[in-house]
Each structure stands twice: as C-alpha cells, then as structure tokens.
Design a protein around this ligand. Structure first.
Ligand code: ASP
Length: 582
C-alpha cells in the first residue's frame, strides 16, 4: 500500500465534478452500515459527510468491518455517481459515493456519551440537556449546528475587519491585566504575586484605553475585545464575552451612527446575503419607552401604547386618578380571562401593581374596570368589538416597563413577530439615572459619556432632564450595541464625577490617568461597542449566546468542561499572600 498518501479533498466538498477521480479522504466515521456484506461508511469532516462503499472481498474490507462510529480513518478510493434512485438530497454529496480501495484507521474511539451524527445527515440531532452538552463540549462541538455557528461567527468577524480596514480603522490590543474600568458591573480581580495585597482588574471593556488612544492620535481604532464582568447571573450573559469595540476622533453622533449603519448592513449582507435598508429608524429614549415600554423595543410588531394618564386624572377610579402615568395597550383579540391573568403575572414581575382590562363584547365594554371607564377614553383609544384593552398605572418608568413586558409576551402569544432583521437606533438617553437603593444619581451609560451640551445648564438644578449623546443599536428587540460621544474636556469630566458623587480626591485616585490624558489636548471623540455574541446568535437564529461560543460558561457561570472555577493549591495562595476564609 502506498501510505502515507495525503488528503486530496474534504469529504463534504466531493461532487459530481469529481466522478472518476481518485481521492484520499480523512475524517470521522459518522455512521457505518453493514448491508449483507457490503459496508457503507458515511465519512465526515468539517465540510460534511460522504458515502464510502467497501465491497466484499476488496482489500480494505477487513478493516472496514472493524471500524466503528467516530473512529478516525483515511480512505483512498474512486468517486462514482450513485444510481439516481439512491441519491440523497439531504446532503450536499448525495449524488456521489467513493468506492474504497484502501482504508486505514488513524485512531479508534469509545462510544460517545451522546450521538452527534444525525445533524450531519440532515436529520434532527438527539436532544441532550445543556448540562451534559457543556460538560462534554468536545463531543458537542462536533455537531453540525455548532460547526455552522462558529463558522458564521468567523465570517462575521472577518467581514468586520474588511469593512473597518477599508474605512481606515486600525486594530489595537489593550490589556487584560489592568485597573478597574467601570461599566457598572463588578470587576474580576487578579491578585498580584509581586505586590501582595494588590490586584489587577480584568477590563469590563476597553473604554478608557480607547479614549486614551484617541488622545494619543489613533483616530479610528477598533478591536474584537474580550470583556469581563462579574455580574449577577442573567439568562443570557457570560462573565467573559466579546465586543466589537470602536472609537473615532473629530466626530459627531451622526458620523458614528452612519458608520455603524453601513457596517451593520455590510456584515448582514456578507454573512447572510440579505439587504438591510438604510438608514435605520430612530427613536428617542422617551419615544421608545412611551410607545413600546423598552429602551430596546422590538419593532417587528406593532402594539404601541396609548397614554391615557389625563383621561383618568382626578377621576372616579382611585388607582388611576393620581398615578404619574397610565398606559394602555389595545390588543386585537378577545383575550380569555386565563390569558389576562398570565399577562398580569408578567406585569407584576416587572413591578406593576396590577393589570387592568376591559373588552368590547356585543357592543358594550365588559369586565375588569369597565364601570370606571370615562366616556372620553374613546377619543384616545377606540376599542372595537372583540378587542381587549390592558392598562397599567403607577410611577412612569415602572408602568411603561411592565406594560412593555406584557407587549413582548403578547407578541409571542399572538404570533405577531415578523421574521427578519429589524434594526433601529435609540438616541437621546438620559445622562443620569436615579438610583433608588442608594438615593443618588448614577450614570446611565458610563461616567465618560458627554451630556448633550444644550442641556448642560440643568446638570446641577435638574439632573434628570439632561440628555446624553448616547445611542443604542437595537436588533430585533435586543441591544446589539451601545455607545456615546465622550467628554473630552477635563473640566467637564471633573464636573461629571462631582455630579456622580465622586469627590476630587477619589476622582484623582481612580481616574487620575484619564484626567491627565484629557489635559494634554484631547480631540472630540466617540464610539460604540457591539455585543458580538448576541449579534452572532441573532444571525444564526439561536436563542442563546452559548450556541455561538465555543467554550461557554453555563447559567451558573461555571465552565464544566475543565471545571472552572476551581480551588487552587495552598502553595499558590501563599505565594499570593492570600488566605481563604471558610
Ligand atoms: N464601553 C461601552 C460598553 O462596553 C461602549 C462604549 O461606550 O463604546 O458598553
């Protein structure tokens, strides 16, 4: 035998064009079937599967008889057409097969903890719990779906590089071991061995480094950046995640939005071949909240709110009479009581006191709060026969957000969500947010975001009404990106710190390096970061970002494949001057 022959092509790439050619293939045995002496092996590699036929009495027959699923083998043979009636339209190579002349086992395999072959045959993969999948991630990663997702991710990232390079951006790396970079989350800390008692922080984002790069003259920076945030676990978060981070100098908000729209359209076209119309619609924060109850509204369906605060003001219905806001949602369906109860539970989970409702049945308003509805409601809200109106009243933010959650639930329940990629900008965010728990103003985006200069005069007197030059890119109701124009003047940055309750001394101690940089001549600048994992999940049609990350953490923040986090040797701790309390 003339081994070692080298691989001539990928299994999944063999087609009718190769009929009559000799090929050498290397890959995994996706499935082996023994049909009365004739052996079929579906050989798999990253490109797909290909049927290999081993005739009885042929040289490779004895070895083919021995191999099992997931063994790694090398096959030499000749490509031929399958008889038409045996063609398999579910796989790309379904019109051909390879008749083996030699077969060599490169490595044997134990039985897998779960089967991964079906997806490659165009069938549904075995249903396996995510726990098992993540613990056995190497096996799981063999599945076709994950191969596709990771390749989509690669396509997405290379498209970003192409586009931004053509627009004059340069990629610069920033450190992992650094000082705390506040983005509103807890830091992951790394103890210093050389300076016991001191800690590095892993960056929550490259924010301050990219700003300092702007001060240093590196206009148009980008980075596919890993970020680390020790946040409380939410369903779709990872403690370490990836951003497309970018920053530009001498720009206005318009410039940043324009560049990002074109980039978004480009990457969608490059990855999925879809045309995205430009420009993206824009909503102010106030509009988004008032109409859809979310600062990342899902605009794939309607169901906009109507403000009926004035209608009920001072009226008979006590719960609504003095509420800061009363918002109504007209539902084009006669919702049964059970559905309304379920929706009320959604509203309450977001802090609403309740979900009031009326319906029009047989011409009359019935049920719920029907007897409290003032006639003037109809000027604002036309409830037609068979429709249901839902109401939430209370403090403005809580009311709109809880009705917003009801709206999303209705979108799903009533099947209103259109497929496709729906982009929008939300702009004019407030600069500051009132922190109920600590009874103080805090930043909405981060402390380096520029106030809208038109509102600056209110910064002390009425902080809540100051808008920021901050913007979010929304895709199908999820936040695909967020950024801002930054403060580039030291005096304004100092004022901002003061407004946030960060005294001069603390500002100097924590952000002295930034303030100093700003005092050496800083250009106006601004940028954005995209949540890359969520972006790819959206493009891949996946619900969870864990499906587009090779080695994700589970919902508890653990990486069960290698077993992280784990305890470490006492020697290691001693070296760091650390003792763990029981
Ligand atoms: N650093 C910000 C973030 O991670 C993004 C930005 O303002 O550019 O959300």
């Amino acid at each position: 035998m003339l081994w070692p022959m080298r691989r001539t092509t990928y299994c999944g790439k063999v087609s009718e064009e190769n009929i009559g050619q000799r090929v050498v293939l290397e890959g995994w045995v996706n499935r082996r079937r023994d049909l009365g002496g004739l052996i079929f092996i579906d050989l798999r590699d990253r490109e797909g599967i290909l049927q290999v036929v081993i005739n009885p009495g042929s040289v490779p027959f004895a070895e083919a008889d021995r191999v099992r699923s997931e063994w790694v083998v090398r096959v030499e043979g000749t490509v031929r057409a399958r008889p038409a009636e045996q063609a398999n339209s579910r796989i790309a190579t379904g019109k051909v097969e390879v008749v083996a002349e030699a077969l060599q086992t490169l490595s044997e395999a134990r039985t897998l903890p779960f089967q991964i072959d079906a997806g490659w045959r165009g069938e549904d993969d075995q249903n396996v719990s995510e726990d098992v999948r993540l613990r056995q991630r190497v096996v799981d990663l063999r599945r076709k779906r994950l191969h596709q997702n990771l390749r989509l991710r690669h396509k997405f990232i290379t498209a970003i590089y192409r586009f931004l390079d053509s627009e004059g951006f340069i990629s610069v790396e920033t450190p992992f071991l650094t000082r705390s970079t506040p983005e509103g989350a807890r830091d992951f800390l790394v103890p210093s061995r050389l300076e016991p008692g001191s800690f590095y922080a892993l960056p929550q984002s490259p924010q301050l480094f990219k700003q300092m790069l702007m001060v240093a003259g590196y206009d148009r920076y980008f980075q596919i950046a890993r970020c680390f945030r020790d946040e409380d676990l939410r369903a779709d978060r990872q403690p370490d995640f990836t951003q497309l981070d970018l920053e530009m100098s001498f720009v206005t908000q318009e410039d940043v939005l324009d560049l990002n729209e074109r980039l978004a359209a480009y990457v969608v076209k490059e990855t999925l071949g879809l045309e995205i119309p430009l420009p993206f619609p824009r909503l102010t924060y106030a509009q988004a909240m008032n109409r859809f109850g979310s600062d990342k509204p899902d605009l794939r369906f309607g169901l906009e709110f109507t403000d009926v605060t004035e209608v009920f003001k001072g009226g008979e219905f006590r719960a609504f009479a003095s509420a800061q806001a009363v918002k109504a949602l007209l539902v084009p369906a006669n919702l049964p009581r059970k559905e309304i109860d379920a929706l009320e539970a959604v509203a309450k989970s977001k802090g609403a006191a309740g979900l009031a409702w009326v319906k029009r049945e047989n011409g009359a308003l019935t049920g719920g709060i029907a007897k409290f509805i003032p006639p003037s409601l109809h000027q604002h809200l036309e409830i037609a026969e068979g429709q249901t109106a839902l109401f939430v009243a209370g403090p403005w933010r809580r009311s709109v957000e809880s009705l917003g959650a009801v709206r999303l639930e209705l979108g799903k329940r009533l099947n209103l969500i259109e497929s496709g990629y729906n982009f929008a900008w939300v702009i004019d965010f407030p600069l500051l947010d009132w922190d109920e728990d600590n009874q103080r103003w805090t930043y909405m985006h981060h402390p380096f975001t520029s106030p809208n200069l038109d509102d600056l005069e209110h910064l002390q007197s009425d902080p809540g009404r100051v808008r920021a030059y901050a913007y979010d890119l929304v895709l199908n109701g999820s936040e695909a990106g967020g950024g801002s124009i930054r403060i580039h003047r030291r005096d304004l940055q100092e004022r901002m710190f003061a407004q946030l309750g960060i005294g001069a001394e603390e500002a100097q101690e924590k952000f002295g390096f930034l303030l100093e940089a700003l005092s050496y001549g800083a250009p106006p600048h601004g940028g954005i970061a995209w949540g890359l994992d969520r972006w790819v999940a959206n493009l891949a049609g996946e619900e969870s970002i864990r499906e587009v990350i090779a080695f994700p953490k589970n919902k508890e923040g653990k990486e069960t494949l290698t077993g992280a986090p784990s305890t470490v040797d006492s020697d290691q701790l001693a070296m760091l001057g650390i003792a763990v309390k029981e």
